[in-house]
Design a protein around this ligand. Structure first.
Ligand SMILES: [Zn+2]
Ligand SMILES: [Zn+2]
Length: 369
């Protein structure tokens, strides 16, 4: 698993790299590998590693532990959930000036070069990781999550104006809606035109800013959101909840819920199929009978044929995961594990010995084998 790999070499920094160097390295790699810029499977895999590396090395406490345990020891002490706990993509990307916005490459480029293509006063999109059990994935589920985002301010209804306040020409841009900045570079004087941050390009402002949001039009709030998870989703899949991201006067961002599949104690998943093992007493394997096996809907009796061999697989049709795009469900594949008693009573021993003798008689009688 990737967890045991050296995070320093993943980010391409030295062991004594400063927090700033780590941040720079991560930013560069994130821009190269972001799935929207680089949709290849390898890049996606690498992006995940880079994120794990940054989640650990950017957190002084986790970094200390990582340095103390080493890559292999660390992965024994910390699960992937631990590594990403408290790791807020949205915030990190925002702090670094990477606009994942609507996850579009164009938006990321826009922010890279200073001005976004999209309205500068539109709200940001948010990425939220959700942990799902195999049962939830198999049948689909509704899950309530708490999302911290910028909500439209109730007091001013998002306008940023104190109720009853007069409309005036924006003092920042003198009503033009744009601000011109002139910088002197080696290539000469450069003029950049940006949308006015105060009025968001409208050219109008208000005499008094709203008291509740200080004129921003939005307030930070933690809200409960019910996410409907369709059956059959895969690790890393993103569900988009339009307009549930941060509020902005130029439009709200979206909320992306990224699926993370929790490991199951009984089943392993393979596409839409699930695999399980069942213990079968040796006498049932020999004589035939039935055993109880776990399924996603609870225990179920299955028939074991006479003379069943170790490692035989039995398929329970349709007991797997409901397919995402319809077409029924996958199967459950049960592998037989024959149980041999570790000790026998005197009577059992005698019975088995008689069984053995009957076999030898048979050999003598037929003179074969
Ligand atoms: Zn307000
Ligand atoms: Zn303005």
């Amino acid at each position: 698993m990737t967890m045991a790999e050296d995070y320093y070499s993943i980010l391409g920094v030295s062991k004594d790299a400063s927090a700033d160097e780590i941040k720079r390295a991560y930013r560069n790699l994130a821009l190269q590998l972001h799935p929207d810029r680089n949709p290849s499977k390898e890049a996606g895999e690498k992006f995940r590693e880079v994120n794990a590396a940054y989640a650990v090395l950017s957190d002084p406490e986790k970094r200390k532990q990582y340095d103390a345990y080493g890559p292999a020891g660390f992965s024994q002490h910390y699960s992937e959930e631990d590594i990403f706990r408290g790791f807020n993509f949205e915030q990190i990307f925002r702090d670094m000036g990477i606009n994942i916005g609507g996850m579009g490459g164009e938006e990321m480029f826009g922010s890279l070069f200073g001005q976004g293509m999209r309205s500068s006063n539109a709200g940001q999109s948010i990425l939220y990781r959700i942990d799902l059990t195999l049962e939830q994935i198999a049948k689909g589920a509704q899950q309530e999550i708490s999302v911290k985002h910028v909500r439209r301010c109730d007091r001013c209804e998002g306008s940023g104006a104190e109720p009853g306040s007069k409309v005036v020409k924006c003092p920042e841009c003198s009503g033009r809606g744009q601000v011109v900045t002139v910088t002197t570079t080696i290539l000469g004087r450069m003029q950049t035109v940006t949308t006015c941050g105060r009025c968001g390009g409208k050219g109008r402002s208000y005499e008094k800013r709203c008291r509740a949001c200080n004129g921003k039009g939005g307030v930070v709030a933690t809200e409960k959101v019910t996410v409907t998870i369709p059956a059959g989703v895969n690790e890393g899949m993103r569900l988009r909840l339009g307009g549930m991201g941060d509020f902005g006067p130029g439009g709200s961002g979206d909320l992306y819920v990224e699926v993370h599949e929790l490991r199951h104690s009984t089943f392993t998943r393979e596409g839409y199929d699930i695999h399980a093992e069942v213990k079968v007493p040796f006498y049932t394997a020999i004589l035939g009978g039935s055993v109880s096996v776990p399924t996603l809907d609870g225990q179920r009796e299955i028939t074991i044929g006479e003379g069943t061999q170790q490692g035989k697989t039995i398929v329970i049709r349709g007991a797997g995961i409901t397919k995402l795009r319809g077409g029924g469900s996958g199967d459950e594949i049960v592998t037989v594990n024959i149980e041999i008693p570790r000790s026998l009573s005197q009577q059992q021993r005698e019975l088995i010995e008689r069984f053995r003798e009957s076999g030898q008689e048979g050999k003598r009688r037929f003179g074969v084998f």
